[in-house]
Design a protein around this ligand. Sequence first.
Ligand SMILES: Cc1cc2nc3c(=O)[nH]c(=O)nc-3n(C[C@H](O)[C@H](O)[C@H](O)COP(=O)(O)OP(=O)(O)OC[C@H]3O[C@@H](n4cnc5c(N)ncnc54)[C@H](O)[C@@H]3O)c2cc1C
Length: 382
Amino acid sequence: MHNHDLTDDEQELAGLVREFADQVVAPRSYEADRTHTLPLDVVAQMGELGLFGLPFPEEFGGQGGDYFALCLAIEALGRVDQSLAITLEAGVSLGAMPIFRFGTDAQKAELLPDLLAGTALAGFGLTEPEAGSDAGATRTTARLEDGEWVINGSKQFITNSGTDITRFVTVTAVTGETDRGKEISTIIVPSGTPGFTVEPAYDKVGWHASDTHPLTFQDARVPEGNLLGERGRGFANFLHILDEGRIAIAALSTGAAEGCLEAAVDYAKKRTVFGEQLSTRQSIQFMLARMQLRVHNARLAWHHAARLRDAGKSFKVEAAIAKLTASDAAMDNARDATQIFGGNGFMNEYPVARHYRDSKILEIGEGTSEVQLLVISRALGL
Ligand SMILES: Cc1cc2nc3c(=O)[nH]c(=O)nc-3n(C[C@H](O)[C@H](O)[C@H](O)COP(=O)(O)OP(=O)(O)OC[C@H]3O[C@@H](n4cnc5c(N)ncnc54)[C@H](O)[C@@H]3O)c2cc1C
């Protein structure tokens, strides 16, 4: 459907990434999913297209675009392959963005160019076994000793933390106590730091080609200068990064919801049941119409939140609404598309089956649906 909300440049970008997704990404998706492998050569091509640099200024090797542009690219990838889309989303909004936003000039100059070129990835480690939705419950500690941070603890479910091109992870850690409780800071830990172990990858329900690991830290030492942003501001900084990331997850979800819709329309037109095309049944037509409705609402919701963000306005609640609306749309459309495909919908060779497994995490990662409802409730003064 033509999107009148987009400028000519945005339309062109969306079309370009869509074509790349269909021609380069899609033919690799089944095998990457089956073998649980992130195709790094495809990531490299995404880098060459400039996708990892979209929302950053040119002085660091970025494309000089905005967050909206990044989300357009993520949506176009998410329609075809959620694993590659989340690799881009996490690479930018969890890997590069914290450095861009909170890093010193030296940190930016050293770390950003490769991340923006897509030749390096970075992870962001917030979640711990005892601290997920309640992210402030962080137990990982970092104490200063002889000009070094000594880090102890563990993180779980960290995206992009263990690929061959992962350069570092940024972690939240308790660096002291204040009258208001824990002092939480963020620290950059390079891959290969002694005492920092990237544990074997998870056996996940979906997002098989996306890289996710538990991390452990046993007296891992990094220079004091690896502190990212102000000491004690780690938690607040992180919340801001997560708000923004929710818009990107909403865009990814919109793409997934649309991928399911397109596949289901196509299948319903081709499949004959009881001597007639499946698509002639009104119950199926209405199911598809509802799927279109969800895509439409999801897209409007993330467009709105992203435009607010890019205009420098407050977007916290709109991002929560977008994330909730779009992740539900993806999950509902994946379920309905799978139903329309019948038994074939349960076969991994059909992309709708992959969307069915992949979409559930959209309702969990970067703030669960319940956490989005908490944000919305608070804005109602509850
Ligand atoms: C594939 C994958 C990739 C991920 N990538 C990253 C990453 O790169 N970096 C990172 O830091 N984390 C990452 N995560 C972690 C993810 O963000 C957390 O799993 C998520 O925030 C939920 O935390 P939790 O798993 O501890 O669940 P919990 O917080 O234990 O929640 C369990 C249930 O309780 C509900 N709940 C919690 N609090 C409330 C409340 N106050 N009221 C009502 N219900 C509530 C939740 O909504 C959920 O349904 C990833 C997770 C996965 C699975």
